[in-house]
Design a protein around this ligand. Structure first.
Ligand SMILES: [Zn+2]
Length: 53
């Protein structure tokens, strides 16, 4: 099972490269169980849209 450190690293890498399906599934499973990483993901999504604009 993926831990929080791996999950946040993957989400950061996803800014630079597409994730493999295996990584996406592991990440999604982790996010289902972990509120802290869901918050992190929301922040990244916010940053991404901000940078895009
Ligand atoms: Zn987590």
């Amino acid at each position: 099972m993926m831990n929080c450190k791996q999950a946040t690293r993957l989400m950061s890498e996803n800014l630079d490269r597409p994730l493999r399906w295996r990584e996406r599934i592991a990440l999604r499973l982790h996010l289902l169980m972990c509120g802290g990483c869901r918050n992190f993901k929301d922040q990244i999504a916010f940053l991404r849209t901000t940078i895009r604009f």
